[in-house]
Design a protein around this ligand. Structure first.
Ligand code: SF4
Ligand code: SF4
Length: 429
């Protein structure tokens, strides 16, 4: 099997196809600390793409409450258990040499879904270790919504007793969609080669003409984001709202200028920032610290991939929630968690400015610029290790530019306020 380099696991790994990369890659950052679980994103996607017959159970975008929620149910814990069975006690990271462009989180010493597939003893050989969820597991997209660990009076209600000294219970919302992976498990598993990755933006699509509905992609996607449609006997998945990405709708922005997807544009909690990053022939992202996604993911490493150990090099990244037990987060986002939470807990002025760009504009931002303003506050912050730090707040201005390098958003750290004159407006406070 050919070897490809996966920067998220910090090493070369087995993959059934030779390494080849798109020129640009669709990517996104979700700040889990801000998600309120309102499901507006879920409904924006549903009402755009999956409202037809046979698609009733399809939620290309879903938001689940961790640790108990999942769509399909237990999708991650089931695969983690399969990987553990394939490689007992071997699914570990060596983060001692973490750092740099090629190994930002260290090296994953265990087996990816492609490597573990060789150990599968199921009835049929697999390219990517996986399973087909049952109908019952697809039935409840928001099962255990807002369910915390250690529920009052019933600490073992769902088998979980994880507790922090400062918070007796915890949960968090995890918004998910297809990660348009660099090494997709769905694509690798398709015996018809019906799945392809677009060279212009890295979006992964299923060719409906070639698909025969074998559901190997459903089995082989570790994130369970390829779904089977019984009415057409084909599989479907998130299409990355590609017409918006191509700038085809001039009611949303100037013609040809990429626009964020429906789920990103609709986000009420302002947790989402979508982007396109430039990729070199070796799969490395072009060094571009003024691209907001590059800045957050590669330069500051404040946003981390979801289950990087699966080995598909997903292009969805998450700022981890601060209040969740660390070992749970490390399993989910890899060993970069400590650093990411440290950065996010007390952001410096540059990071704070870039964090303002989330959901500030529908046009995809390719570049940001910061104009420095005066210092306006000093705020004491309790860091994850319990020590106090002083955060200096500056009223800087952050400016975002679209693909044509036109300014499309300008925001200050301090939100401008206007007090209405009481004499003219009787309801003024
Ligand atoms: S998340 Fe799943 S469906 Fe999407 S590209 Fe990756 S493997 Fe394929
Ligand atoms: S719209 Fe935003 S805040 Fe609401 S559930 Fe979706 S990701 Fe979370």
């Amino acid at each position: 099997m050919p070897k490809v380099f996966n920067w998220q696991v910090g090493r070369a790994m087995d993959y059934p196809f030779e390494e080849k990369h798109p020129r640009w890659q669709f990517a996104f950052v979700f700040n889990t600390n801000r998600c309120i679980g309102c499901q507006t994103c879920t409904m924006a996607c549903k009402s755009t793409w999956t409202f037809s017959k046979g698609q009733e159970y399809m939620w290309w975008n879903n938001v689940e409450s961790k640790p108990y929620g999942g769509y399909p149910q237990n999708w991650d814990s089931k695969l983690l258990a399969m990987l553990e069975a394939a490689n007992p006690r071997g699914q570990v990271w060596d983060a001692s040499a973490a750092g740099g462009v090629a190994k930002p989180y260290g090296t994953f010493k265990g087996q990816t879904v492609f490597e573990a597939a060789a150990h599968n003893v199921g009835p049929e050989p697999q390219v990517a270790l996986g399973y087909l969820p049952t109908d019952a597991e697809w039935r409840h997209p928001n099962i255990h919504e807002d369910t915390a660990t250690g529920a009052k009076g019933r600490p073992d209600q769902y088998g979980g007793t994880a507790q922090l000294p400062e918070h007796r219970v915890w949960f968090f919302h995890l918004a998910r969609l297809c990660n348009h992976c660099t090494y997709p498990g769905c694509l690798a598993s398709c015996p018809r080669q019906a799945i392809y990755k677009r060279p212009e933006d890295g979006i992964v699509l299923i060719d409906q003409e070639r698909c025969r509905g074998y559901r190997k992609c459903v089995e082989g996607c570790p994130y369970k984001k390829a779904m089977y449609r019984g009415t057409t006997h084909t599989s479907e998945k998130c299409v990355g709202c590609f017409p918006r990405l191509e700038g085809k709708d001039d009611t949303l922005g100037p013609n040809g200028v990429p626009i964020e997807t429906r789920c990103m544009s609709a986000c009420v909690g302002k947790i989402r920032l979508q982007g396109l990053v430039e990729v070199g022939p070796d799969g490395m992202w072009k060094d571009d610290p003024t691209n907001p996604l590059y800045f957050l993911i590669r330069e500051r490493q404040v946003a981390l991939p979801l289950y990087p150990q699966f080995g598909t090099e997903p292009n969805g990244f998450y700022i981890p929630p601060r209040w969740v037990p660390r070992n749970y987060l490390v399993q989910m986002f890899g060993p970069g968690v400590d650093h990411a939470i440290e950065e996010y807990s007390c952001p410096d002025r540059k990071l704070l400015a870039v964090l303002q760009l989330f959901r500030a504009q529908r046009q995809i931002l390719f570049r940001f610029e910061i104009k420095e303003g005066p210092k306006v506050a000093e705020v004491p912050v309790r860091m994850p290790d319990g020590k106090m730090k002083v955060q200096e707040i500056f009223n800087d201005t952050v400016i975002g530019y679209n693909k044509r390098d036109e300014e499309v958003v300008r925001l200050t750290i301090e939100e401008p306020t206007f007090e209405r004159p009481r004499e003219q407006h009787v309801n003024s406070i």
